[in-house]
Design a protein around this ligand. Sequence first.
Ligand SMILES: [Zn+2]
Length: 77
Amino acid sequence: MHISDEDLERYCLGMVTDEAELAPLEEHLLGCHFCIDRAQGMQKQIKVIRDALRTENLGAVKRPSVLATFLRRLRGR
Ligand SMILES: [Zn+2]
């Protein structure tokens, strides 16, 4: 079983801080190229979102769910 999109997004955004949740995610990423690829794709998308927020060019964002998670994080929730 692979890491869910939602968990992977939260992980990439640095929102997973609970060791009990973080440890199995990192353990899975150590051995799963599929999820590493997905995580790297998400990191790139997060960078796009950061750049988009800075330049207010949100049309560049292709992953609205990542944007939503990111905005929630910015608001501190
Ligand atoms: Zn996996």
